[in-house]
Structure formats: structure tokens, C-alpha cells
Write a protein that binds this ligand. Structure first.
Ligand code: FPP
Length: 249
């Protein structure tokens, strides 16, 4: 038994049925804080600890790709002080975690309208991405100023521009070409999408990429989500039959 098999088996998981890509809509920070009569920002601060715990767990379980919805295009409409607090938290997270990401072989990646991020966030993000670029252990993708529809609009513009320049034949555009022009080019589609806090919504996340993804919604607020609950979801995932639209023969 190799190290991956033994770690995974320890948690009652089948090493042959592990997901390659887990995506998470981290929801419920605000309600978690309000329930405790705390400021919403405290919820985000505790949410960062969960980001740390879940990233470590995925690394240990040798899941190759983890994608976290950290800030949506719609989140810009939140009160300015909350947006600023989230941006500051992100900078602090990137500065404090880059050392561990490097040490644990985790590659940082980001998707979304990154040009809308404040300069400070952009610079810290670019630096963390640069320092972790050669890591092969886990690709941690942060969706920042991300929206699935704007990603599709951008893809359509890129392809239209290429067609106008004669670089691409419109009849040659197939699913693989579309996928190659999304922010997620090079990442496999998620096998699992988890949403915390019980809302049954996709909220503009990875609209193209989740066509055949297995969905898991848990009532747990993101700051209370933990490694044990992730493992329970992985156990349920391994019991599901994935048919991708086909029938069993
Ligand atoms: C949703 O909770 C969460 C967010 C909009 C932000 C998620 C951010 C973090 C977990 C912290 C920063 C991230 C990283 C990667 C360091 P909500 O505020 O919508 O909660 P509510 O629905 O209960 O109001």
C-alpha cells in the first residue's frame, strides 16, 4: 500500500474512487457571526481558518484540485467596509500562508476578473502564484471577482476576436475549444461541488464546468465546516453512481 492509499483508507475511503477536483461555495460566514451576535467580519475571519483546514485536508488526501469561491462579481455590491475587510483578509491569508503552500507543494491559482482587485491584493496574489508555480501537490484555485456568466462572455469575445483575425474557423469550435478559453483552462471539471449553509443555489459559480458534477449541500455554515464533514461527503460521493447521461449496460 502506498502512502496515498493508506491515508485515504484510514478514513474509510476507496483510493480508486477519489475525486480529482473538489469545488466549494463557502457560504454562511455572515449568518454564523450573526447567530453568535458578532460582526459579520468575524464570520469571514473564522471562515479563513476553515479555508486553511480544508486545504490541508485535501493536500493530505492527495486530491489534486480544490477550487474555492472566495468572492463573486456580485460581492462587489456589498457595503464598502465589508468588501475592504474581505480584501484585507485575503492579503493577510496570502502573506501568512505562502510559506506553508510552498512547503506543502501546493500551487496557488486564481480565476475571475482579477483586474478589478485592488492593487495590493493583485500584487500579493501574483507574488504567491509566482512562488508556488512549480508545486505539483495540490492546485488551490481561488475564484476572486468571479462570475460564471462573465466568464462565458469573455470566452465568447476571445473566440469571436480569433475568428475575426482568421486564427480560428468558427466551425472548428467544439466543447474542448470552449473549455480552453475559460478561466479554468487546464483544470479538470469538478467531480464534487459542495455548498455550505443550506442554500440550494449555484450562484453563478462554474456554470459550464459543473455540467456533470455531483452536488452536495450541507446546512453547516462555512466557519463550522471541517475535515470530518469533508470526509463524510467524500464517502457519500464514493457511493454515488455517476452515469454522465448514459445508462448502465
Ligand atoms: C459567504 O458568506 C462568504 C463569502 C462571500 C466570502 C468567503 C470568504 C472567506 C471564507 C474568507 C476569505 C477567503 C480566503 C480564501 C482567504 P456570506 O457572507 O455570504 O454569509 P451569509 O450568506 O450568511 O451572509
Amino acid at each position: 500500500m502506498n502512502s496515498k492509499q493508506s491515508t485515504v483508507s484510514k478514513f474509510g475511503l476507496d483510493p480508486g474512487k477519489m475525486p480529482r477536483h473538489v469545488a466549494i461555495i463557502m457560504d454562511g460566514n455572515g449568518r454564523w457571526a450573526q447567530q453568535k451576535l458578532m460582526n459579520r467580519i468575524k464570520g469571514h475571519e473564522h471562515g479563513v481558518q476553515t479555508v486553511r483546514e480544508i486545504t490541508r485536508a485535501c493536500r493530505e488526501l492527495e486530491i489534486p484540485f480544490l477550487t474555492l469561491y472566495a468572492f463573486s462579481t456580485e460581492n462587489w455590491q456589498r457595503p464598502a467596509h465589508e468588501v475592504t475587510a474581505l480584501m484585507n483578509l485575503l492579503v493577510r491569508f496570502l502573506k501568512s500562508e505562502t510559506g506553508e503552500l510552498v512547503a506543502k507543494g501546493i500551487r496557488l491559482n486564481a480565476i475571475g476578473q482579477l483586474n478589478r482587485l485592488p492593487d495590493k491584493v493583485r500584487q500579493t496574489l501574483d507574488e504567491a502564484i509566482r512562488q508556488t508555480a512549480h508545486n505539483k501537490g495540490l492546485t488551490l484555485t481561488l475564484a476572486l471577482s468571479y462570475g460564471g456568466r462573465s466568464e462565458l462572455v469573455q470566452m465568447a469575445r476571445l473566440l469571436a476576436d480569433k475568428a475575426c483575425r482568421g486564427e480560428i474557423d468558427p466551425r472548428g469550435i467544439d466543447e474542448a475549444v470552449v473549455a480552453d478559453h475559460l478561466y479554468t483552462a487546464g483544470l479538470p471539471d469538478p467531480d464534487i461541488l459542495i455548498r455550505t449553509s443550506g442554500e440550494m443555489r449555484i450562484s453563478n459559480f462554474l456554470l459550464w464546468q459543473i455540467a456533470y458534477t455531483e452536488l452536495f449541500v450541507t446546512p453547516t455554515f462555512w466557519p463550522d465546516f471541517n475535515r470530518q464533514e469533508l470526509i463524510s461527503i467524500l464517502q457519500s460521493f464514493q457511493k454515488r453512481e455517476r452515469r454522465f447521461g448514459r445508462v448502465e449496460t
